[in-house]
Design a protein around this ligand. Structure first.
Ligand SMILES: [Zn+2]
Length: 430
């Protein structure tokens, strides 16, 4: 093997037109980091002139001119050293059009300084949840360069087209980048694949209508189930778009309504004049717990009660300090039990037989919501589907946004999420 062959093997360079001299390696500090610098040159006989298209048949057509010296190309690390290729690129002169042009190589794209191998390595890293700062450091490139690669990936058509609509999906919204409409994005999660289907840069009804209208009616008619939270405009919209789908409110969001009502009721009693102020403030978690899960037997010393007392007795004491709190508490317990046991009759019985005189404004609102959504809420009892996967996905998104210290561009955020969730893999499609 020649010297050039060895060097190219080490650097994983396959371009047969790149050559290295004996003394091609130099190690020096660049911006304080020890870097291996390889000097090489690129030359060949071009087949044609890229400017005028004439075929090169000899010295009368195209001749070698000078070199474009020291073109910087960032390679992947060698033995964990940042590695740089300084490439002298041959320049040519076309005798037909009198233009000069530079030799090209497939190790780096035109006008780019980062080798395709490095880009591949960064792309692989972008498919993990790691922060862009860490990814940049590991690959020995700047955060700007990593962002640039992400930007290039975000231009891919695959980001925009996700193929056939799933027949069962969940929808939700999440706080996204500043360039999204009202800073909120809309997410669609495929229930069968348990993965994101798509993310849209607006959650406004008009935009969502436009989004789904791209799919022919015949395809939309195949949609069987859609899960979502209790947000009235979405129901109207989804009915219009997917007339055959069963709309299922998320059970967690049903519980949240009455849970918030109970918590607000407790808070309304938390004023300094209430002798139980400290107890009500401290034991909020126990009040919200399913009463079947409260410990009845073990007694622990409580500073607030100045005695040993069980969880169950604490809650009993607190709910008996106020009649409204007591009523709302029992309402809440009844509702969460009916939902966990999928007891539809019990749930309907509760919401239809509340004593309005015993309700405060928070609870009235919650019951009103239940009655408004009654025809949908029963679906949450009849079908097991929930928006759980959507919520899980939203957590991944939150983590990604946190790691990136908040993305500025929606397309970047979306691309990163699609990469991490394995929906978009540019290395396979390349
Ligand atoms: Zn020419």
């Amino acid at each position: 093997m020649t010297h050039t062959d060895y060097t190219k093997k080490i650097l994983n360079i396959k371009d047969k037109n790149i050559y290295f001299e004996d003394d091609c390696l130099e190690i020096k500090k660049i911006k304080g980091i020890q870097t291996k610098i390889f000097h090489g040159y690129l030359t060949y006989i071009p087949d044609y002139c890229p400017k005028c298209g004439c075929i090169n048949e000899g010295f009368n057509d195209i001749i070698k001119w000078n070199f474009k010296k020291n073109c910087k190309i960032k390679l992947t690390k060698v033995s964990n050293y940042n590695t740089l290729l300084l490439l002298d690129k041959q320049r040519f002169l076309c005798k037909h059009c009198n233009h000069t042009f530079t030799a090209s190589t497939d190790i780096v794209d035109f006008h780019k300084q980062i080798s395709n191998d490095t880009r591949k390595s960064v792309t692989l890293d972008l498919m993990t949840k790691d922060s862009e700062k860490n990814i940049s450091f590991r690959n020995g490139i700047s955060t700007n360069s990593t962002n640039r690669i992400l930007y290039d990936l975000s231009k891919d058509e695959l980001i925009k087209n996700n193929g056939k609509l799933p027949t069962s999906f969940g929808i939700d919204e999440f706080k996204a980048t500043k360039d999204t409409v009202s800073k909120m994005a809309f997410i669609i999660v495929d229930h069968d694949k348990k993965n994101i289907f798509d993310i849209n840069n607006s959650r406004l009804s008009n935009d969502i209508y436009k989004y789904f209208s791209r799919y022919p009616r015949s395809e939309r008619n195949n949609v069987k189930f859609i899960t979502m939270d209790l947000f009235k405009p979405y129901y109207k919209l989804m009915h219009k778009l997917f007339p055959k789908a069963i709309l299922i409110p998320d059970r967690f969001h049903i519980i949240i309504q009455i849970r918030n009502a109970l918590d607000k009721t407790r808070l309304s009693l938390c004023n300094k004049s209430n002798p139980n102020y400290n107890k009500l403030k401290k034991y909020w978690k126990l009040i919200l717990k399913n009463e079947d899960e409260l410990d009845k037997t073990n007694k622990k010393y409580s500073k607030n009660f100045n005695k040993e007392i069980s969880q169950y007795d604490i809650v009993q004491y607190l709910i008996n300090t106020d009649t409204t709190l007591n009523y709302v508490y029992n309402l809440y317990q009844g509702i969460i039990k009916s939902i966990t046991k999928r007891d539809k009759e019990k749930f309907l019985n509760i919401i239809h037989n509340v004593d309005n005189k015993k309700l405060n404004k928070y609870t009235k609102q919650a019951i009103k919501t239940f009655l408004n959504f009654e025809s949908y809420i029963i679906n949450a009892f009849d079908y097991e589907l929930s928006n759980g996967i959507v919520e899980g996905t939203n957590n991944v998104i939150k983590q990604v946004m946190h790691n990136a210290c908040g993305y500025r561009k929606f397309t970047h955020l979306k691309t990163r999420i699609m990469l991490i969730k394995g929906i978009y893999n540019p290395l396979i499609t390349q």
